[in-house]
Design a protein around this ligand. Structure first.
Ligand code: HEM
Length: 532
């Protein structure tokens, strides 16, 4: 038998399972019926509390421990269940079962903002996370992307600095200067690699109308690997069937004031009324030889692969059709990780991706209280999971009735699972000999071309929105040298844009920033500092 909230209770005929009025009886966590939930136990009517009151202590103890650390980034999110349906046979490219034609895979998708805390407003100008867990027959695959196809930085070692500059300052607990603008723009102006991302974040994409009207991108170059072991590079794209829509800045400000939960309410309402949002999954596939022909590096996450050169091939659809039953258990405790891949999908050497592969697991061990967060149903695979791991906080699945080590000499029953060289996950055997230890490839050094391409791809009104957004943001930045440094970068992107922003700020145009590509070296912070 179960109660209304599904906690199992043995049907042992205990007299206290329902009250005289027919309600389920309130119990402690240990199942003991509670007689008084309004008063704690005192010595006499006006005396001190008695330690005997186990019900009070348990109730307050549990309340005291309700919060877990919020995610260090992407703290505010909203998620829904759904399915992915593969519409094309991709066996020539990948052996992954999720990409067999007609295969339907259950999914869980969490959308998020990046910089705000858990209680921040939904329509802030920010990048949106778009993370999907595919519960495939061969294990969980997580596609942990954003609604922007490029990123601020090329190397994961810069991530803590980027996030520190964007989030509240540690001394005061609110963003430094008026709205984090000085620190953020200081960091950005000293990191010319972020200029392409700056164009995207100052565009209307970072104030989406709702989660349903956003694109999603895996950002990095990944690998697809077929049954013969052949690898093809791939970029993943989500295209919303609802179309791509944003609000304008004035609307965003008003919505945030009137309804800070605007985006989560929109997704909840759409799903609850049966208007299930849907995205197409598109792939850009290209081989290593083709990748060599680009004048940028496909391992550089600040660059897109132009769709004119490698068209996006639609291969499947994602439908979100079920809201969560338990926000905390599912949306809060879900743990996405770029490291979660299945046979047929692999990594590239993108130095941002490689750092992410370390970071997610590391942070989740802390956030979710130990190494057993895969035992939480939202993180557990929906295919068999067997190994020799045991114990630790909250362990639910210790090996039972079989060996808990290997190699062992027991038979198939008592010996437990064995590795499977033929069908198990195999990392792509990329050749890395001949590489010298180095910091960053020279090919990462063009910071402006794609920023300019993006700016020029926008309509007149969208270009005006970018100029207005930059003017607004930089007007909040008190440091004149940071404003000027940004203007000097904008001159390398487009003179019209630089002029519009300089006009808005009432400033003269400074000299253009030194372009790293011209010097054939990556721009060092010391160079960037000397621009002005
Ligand atoms: C969380 C995307 C770069 C570290 C997230 C989430 C998304 C995301 C969507 C939220 C996952 C969720 O809903 O639970 C991205 C993208 C990146 C990027 C697209 C670049 C292309 C990085 C880098 C690092 C990093 C470079 C660190 C080296 C984290 C951490 C979390 C997170 C620590 C919190 C995870 C958790 O507590 O569960 N990221 N991220 N991310 N990301 Fe990233």
């Amino acid at each position: 038998m179960t109660t209304k909230n599904d906690l199992p209770i043995d049907d042992n005929g205990a007299p206290h399972q329902t009250t005289e009025e027919g309600y389920d009886t309130l119990t402690t966590q240990h199942g003991v019926a509670v007689s008084d939930d309004q008063n704690h136990l005192k010595a006499g009517e006006r005396g001190p509390m008695l330690m005997d009151d186990f019900h009070f202590r348990e109730k307050i103890f549990h309340f005291d421990h309700e919060r877990i650390p919020e995610r260090v980034v992407h703290a505010r999110g909203f998620a829904a269940h759904g399915f992915f349906e593969c519409l094309e046979d991709l066996s020539d490219l990948t052996r992954a079962a999720v990409f067999k034609k007609g295969e339907k895979t259950p999914t869980f998708t969490r959308f998020s903002t990046v910089a705000g805390n858990k209680g921040s407003p939904d329509v802030a100008r920010d990048v949106r996370g778009f993370a999907t867990k595919f519960y495939t027959k061969e294990g969980n695959w997580d596609l942990v992307g954003n609604n922007i196809p490029v990123f601020f930085i090329q190397d994961a070692i810069k991530f803590p600095d980027l996030i520190h500059a964007a989030k509240p300052a540690p001394d005061r607990g609110f963003p430094q200067a008026q709205t984090a603008h000085d620190n953020f723009w200081d960091f950005i102006s000293l990191s010319p690699e972020s200029m392409n991302m700056v164009m995207w974040i100052m565009s209307d994409r970072t104030i989406p109308r709702s989660f349903r009207f956003m694109e999603g991108f895996g950002v990095h170059t990944f690998r697809l690997i077929n049954a013969e072991g052949k690898s093809t590079f791939v970029k993943f794209h989500w295209k919303p069937k609802q179309g791509l829509q944003s609000v304008v800045w004035n609307e965003a400000l008003k919505i945030n004031g009137a309804d800070p939960d605007f985006h989560r309410r929109d997704l909840w309402d759409a799903i609850q009324t049966g208007d299930y949002p849907e995205w197409e999954l598109g792939l850009q596939v290209f081989d290593e030889e083709f990748a060599e022909k680009f004048d940028f590096d496909v391992l550089d996450a600040t660059k897109i692969i132009p769709e004119e050169e490698v068209p996006v091939r639609i291969v499947g659809r994602l439908v979100l059709d079920k809201v969560v039953d338990n926000f905390f258990a599912e949306t809060e405790q879900v743990a996405f990780c770029t490291n979660n891949v299945v046979p047929g999908i692999g990594f590239s050497n993108d130095p941002l991706l490689q750092g992410r592969n370390f970071s997610y697991l590391d942070t989740q061990v802390k956030r979710l209280g130990g190494p057993n967060f895969t035992h939480i149903p939202i993180n557990a695979p929906q295919c068999p999971m067997r190994n020799f791991q045991q114990d630790g906080h909250m362990a639910m699945h210790n090996p039972k009735g079989r060996a808990n080590y290997e190699p062992n000499s027991w038979g198939t029953e008592e010996g437990g699972p064995r590795e499977d060289p033929a069908n198990g996950y195999r990392h792509y055997p990329e050749e890395v000999s001949g590489q010298k230890v180095a910091t960053r490839s020279e090919t990462f050094a063009d910071h402006y071309s794609q920023a300019r391409q993006f700016y020029l791809s926008q309509t007149d009104i969208e270009q005006t929105h970018i100029a207005n957004a930059l003017t607004f943001e930089l007007s909040k930045c008190q440091e004149m040298r940071v404003r000027k440094r940004m203007l000097s970068h904008l001159r390398n992107i487009h003179e019209d844009l630089a002029e519009a922003v300089a006009d808005g700020l009432g400033l003269e145009l400074p000299e253009p920033a030194k372009a790293a590509r011209e010097t054939k070296t990556d721009l060092k912070v010391s160079d960037a500092l000397s621009i002005i």
